[in-house]
Design a protein around this ligand. Sequence first.
Ligand code: GLA
Length: 367
Amino acid sequence: MTELVVRAPGRVNLIGEHTDYNDGFVLPAAIDRELRISYRRTDDRRVVLTRLDEDETLAFDLDAIGPSGGSWIDYPQGVARELAVEGIAMTGLRGTISSTLPISSGLSSSAALEVASAWALSAQHPPPIDPMALAKACQRAENRYVGVRSGLMDQFAVVFGRPDAALLLDCRALLHEGVRLPLERARLVICDSRAPRDLASSAYNTRRSECEDVVRTLQAAGEPVAALRDVDGPMLERHAHHLDPIGIRRARHVVRENERVRAVVEALRKGDLLGVGRLFAASHRSLRDLYEVSSPELDALVTLAEAVPGMFASRMTGAGFGGCTINLVAPEAVDRFAADVHAGYLARTGLDADIQAVSLATGAGMA
Ligand code: GLA
């Protein structure tokens, strides 16, 4: 049988962090670092995958999907379970997974594996399902099977990525539109902190419950809210006395971060890169001090970036607890930016940051 290859890109999030599972707004963009599955179909209903970076082969049976086991095969396996629920015909396969996307760095390697798996498993190409429903099925795999209660942003960006625009998503209405970036004046540069990211998924789930607790408290006080999306600053401050100190910090972040998404979109449309920079800086501070998901390494990368001439905007991107920063840098300043930040970060932390300019990319599909 012929060899088939599916690809799924990673993503950066320009702004709107920890807002997706609060029914808010996000502005991700798919990037040209991607995961690929090369495979041949079989008729034995077995899915056998080898991860080339770890040289590890794991397998499961499409007709006997057991409980999750805590390894990377949970992602394709969880996706197979959700595709079965959607009634999508699947075939067995023998395949290898390769990736130019750093794993567990906050660039959506998990969502890329989920969406690439969905394409590879589906007997039909494209998978016979509405693309938003496909993104949601992959999110459910992560929520229910892997056990991370992530929002929809990553799977959405991996499915809908465009080579010419970032994507503004309203996570409640599930409506989205492209937002062009002034890439002739500012390149997207990623700094991977390469710091260990332990306990990220349990801390992530805790943040999500803390937000839900605030919503329940506001509902008990008579406010007609379904999610933090419905809360504004004055309402939150009116109830500050019966919210616990952690809850109020988390909610203040989410309420203001939603406002910042809209403000960044407006600044990008006007070409106001300095305005974008101020909003990125405010977002980073809020994630550090109110949402408490930054790390000393991410803070160091942002501080070092801010000292480089030609750097417009810098903040942590993704869930946090380690991972990457996203930076908008004038094209002629990229080399100096990479050299200065790399050297300064090595001196401060002893770590070898991976710094790369990236381009936008199209969503998952056949390679
Ligand atoms: C992870 C999750 C997303 C989102 C971000 C934080 O990437 O998968 O759903 O919550 O963290 O913005």
